[in-house]
Design a protein. Structure first.
Length: 308
């Protein structure tokens, strides 16, 4: 019988773990003749009672395990740690707040049996999400799919079921700066998606605010596209050509109709424009260099303080 490993990142989720486990264990019973469940909860430096709850669960239930980080390393680190620990023939990644409906697992498993390597999920709509966040999210997917060779599905969740071969391929990517939505797509394989209506958290508050999502989206652009660098290069080239034309214009005007002292305001505006363009270009290049710097330091993506 195959083993299905569930990887569940947790950060301050003391209110959601128990109802989540109740919901998933009901599915576990329903699928007991097909697969054996294995749970890996990843405590990402929680400051509430998350770790205490996980300790109790691991002591009382043989197929529940946990990792606890030395501090908060972020969801990407938690996902990586869970995938590295999971030993199942199949591996599912899901959130503990029940925004990822466990009742989809049997349908996802059936799709795997049909021959798919990955069964992902996507929200059919963004009902209940703040309008500004929805606007930026749609804009992110529209832009990233234009500038990147790796297609990312709008509304796709991290909630997905993967074969062991897919997980092993993901783990071969040893980069420190991880953007899982892109990594999941980059490895390829035969993928299908199941759509479902958006669901709210059952309890607690999300740890993702607007600026964290903004920074996460920038990581996606930088990790999976060279277009920002190309735009910086072309902006510099156009500015150079424009400056040559401007010099020629000034010289020709001086030789033909004479010069004047007027136009200082436009000159200052041009200096500020070019200076701002240079700083923007340096900032884009700096982001890529910073990523290179982090990769070369070879720091671990996470540190495990406790395992159970």
């Amino acid at each position: 019988m195959k083993t299905l490993s569930l990887v569940i990142p947790c950060y301050n989720e003391e209110k959601t773990i128990t109802p989540f486990l109740a919901a998933v264990q009901a599915i576990e019973v329903a699928m007991s003749e097909e697969v054996v469940f294995e749970y890996w909860f990843i405590n990402d430096g929680s400051k509430d009672e998350t770790l205490s709850i996980l300790r109790d669960l691991a002591q009382t239930t043989s197929n529940i395990h946990y990792l606890s980080f030395s501090r908060n390393f972020g969801k990407e680190a938690a996902l990586l740690a869970g995938l590295e620990e999971a030993r199942g023939d199949l591996v599912a990644v899901m959130d503990v707040d029940l925004q990822d409906p466990p009742d989809l697992l049997p349908e996802m498993y059936a799709k795997i049996q049909e021959g798919y390597d990955v069964v992902g999920t996507r929200r059919a709509d963004r009902k209940g999400e703040p309008a500004l966040r929805s606007l930026f999210a749609k804009g992110f997917y529209r832009i990233i799919n234009r500038i990147s060779d790796t297609e990312m599905v709008d509304g796709a969740r991290d909630f997905r079921l993967m074969t062991r071969q897919v997980v092993d391929s993901i783990l071969e990517l040893g980069e420190v700066n991880r953007f899982s939505k892109g990594i999941f797509s980059w490895v390829g394989y035969q993928v299908t998606y199941i759509s479902y209506d958006n669901r709210e958290r059952i309890a607690g508050e999300t740890s993702w605010n607007f600026w964290q999502l903004w920074r996460y989206s920038l990581d996606g652009f930088i990790n999976f596209s060279e277009v920002p660098l190309n735009l910086s290069m072309w902006a510099g080239a156009l500015s150079f050509v424009a400056s040559i034309l401007g010099i020629l214009f000034v010289v020709i005007r001086k030789l033909t109709v004479g010069g004047s002292v007027t136009g200082w305001a436009s000159l200052v505006s041009l200096i500020l424009f070019i200076g701002g363009l240079q700083l923007l270009s340096l900032g884009i290049i700096g982001k890529y260099i910073a990523k290179i710097f982090l990769e070369t330091k070879k720091r671990p993506v996470y540190i495990i303080k406790e395992k159970g």
